[in-house]
Write a protein that binds this ligand. Structure first.
Ligand code: IPE
Ligand code: IPE
Ligand code: MG
Length: 231
């Protein structure tokens, strides 16, 4: 159930899959498979907790620099997961959108994306966005250069809470504009091991923070200040 203290828009940088596998003497792709499993559980948990918007970083535009086999594996994983998860998302009232560039994705993935977006469009419980071939700097540049129809496709509503797993303390080109006043949580746990209890602990920490937005004393989150994609 939604409570006032749960962050409205949560963004997760799902990092550490490869190291999770390497630590166990396994190939990196196994970490991605486990990571996808974890993502499913975290999505369900956030919906139950009352999160309104959840944005997951699955593949950055810089991730094309990885070995061809790993990139191919990830793109196939996204395609099969979209198809397999769709019914569950619809059942739970979750609307799915994919953000990022589509013109470099394999046609089968684009088809799966379009199908999943269309079929889940009526979901009102939570808006799940998955970032694939996403670059925040590219999104901001697009918003600036789109002229009369700005932002609608590229900039999202303000993020309240960012969670990055895997121990790194950086944003790696994720939602730079949207995180202007986001609270940040950097967790050492690798993404496949992220538990619902870890997420609850982050939310408890969020509830205890005093968000001031430049003013004095605790302030409500201000309304978004630019034309934005649909919440
Ligand atoms: C995150 O895990 C998943 C993607 C970036 C696709 P990584 O694959 O970056 O795992 P590490 O950081 O190398 O451990
Ligand atoms: C960020 O993780 C991208 C995703 C989690 C999808 P990376 O593993 O690509 O980030 P860097 O290279 O460590 O900054
Ligand atoms: Mg990484």
């Amino acid at each position: 159930m939604a409570t006032a203290t749960v962050p409205g828009h949560v963004a997760i940088i799902m990092d550490g899959n490869g190291r999770w596998a390497s630590k166990r003497g396994r190939p990196r792709w196994m970490g991605h498979v486990r990571g996808a499993h974890t993502a499913r559980e975290i999505v369900a948990h956030c919906a139950r907790a009352g999160v309104q918007q959840l944005t997951l970083y699955a593949f950055s535009s810089d991730n094309w620099k990885r070995p061809r086999e790993e990139v191919g594996f990830l793109l196939d994983l996204f395609t099969s997961h979209l198809d397999r998860q769709l019914a569950t998302l619809i059942k739970h009232g979750i609307r799915l959108s994919i953000i990022g560039r589509r013109d470099r994705l394999p046609p089968a993935l684009v088809t799966a994306i379009e199908h999943a977006e269309a079929r889940s469009a009526q979901g009102t419980r939570m808006h799940l966005r998955v970032a694939i071939d996403y670059s925040s700097r590219a999104a901001i540049t697009a918003a600036l250069t789109n002229g009369e129809t700005p932002a609608a496709e590229s900039l999202l509503p303000n993020v309240d809470m960012v969670i990055r797993t895997g121990g790194e303390r950086r944003l790696s080109d994720f939602l730079l504009w949207e995180c202007a006043y986001a609270e940040l949580a950097f967790l050492d746990v690798h993404f496949p091991d992220l538990s619902t209890a870890d997420v609850d602990a982050v939310f408890a920490d969020f509830a205890a923070r005093e968000r001031r937005f430049g003013a004095v004393g605790k302030q409500p989150a201000p309304a978004a200040d630019v034309v934005l994609a649909d919440a």
